[in-house]
Design a protein around this ligand. Structure first.
Ligand code: SF4
Length: 156
């Protein structure tokens, strides 16, 4: 779910010189773009985040980030921070465009970051997007959950 935001995250990481890889052991950055429309989706995300505890212990340099609708909602970000202190960066859907700065700050200062904006940014659409498809693309219709990730697929 939320493929379009994941394309933006991939675009930001690409700008910073990262390329995608096949497994967590070779990754320098791991991003969980979460969904909270169903409890099962939340449970799966929490399970997957928890499974990285040992990886982080063995490789403290790997940056683990959690974002998306789950972190944007209520007190979830704070709860995740307490439950998984090894998470490096937690941000919401409204400040996704700041992810580049968060990665740079984490690398420069080794500081953990948790930042959730209550309102969307007006500059949200100015960020790079890394798309897998050549002739189709996700575009935003609205922001906020309407059960379809607020996106539609277009083709010419
Ligand atoms: S907009 Fe709704 S369906 Fe899409 S990722 Fe967020 S919670 Fe899930």
């Amino acid at each position: 779910m939320n493929v379009h935001d994941s394309e933006k995250i991939a675009g930001i990481l690409s700008q910073l010189g990262y390329v995608s890889c096949q497994n967590t052991e070779e990754a320098d950055v791991i991003v969980f773009n979460t969904c909270c429309i169903r409890e099962s989706a939340e449970r799966k995300a929490i399970g997957n985040i928890g499974s990285l505890k040992n990886l982080k212990k063995n490789n403290p340099d790997v940056i683990i980030a959690v974002c998306g609708c789950m972190t944007q909602a209520g007190e979830t970000a704070q709860k995740l921070k307490e439950k998984f202190p090894f998470i490096d960066i937690i941000f919401g859907t409204h400040n996704l465009h700041c992810f580049k700065d968060y990665i740079i700050k984490r690398k420069q200062y080794g500081k953990k970051l948790i930042e959730i904006w209550p309102e969307p940014s007006k500059t949200f659409d100015n960020i790079s997007i890394l798309r897998n498809q050549k002739i189709s693309a996700f575009v935003n219709i609205i922001y906020g959950c309407n059960n379809f990730c607020s996106t539609a697929l277009f083709r010419m």
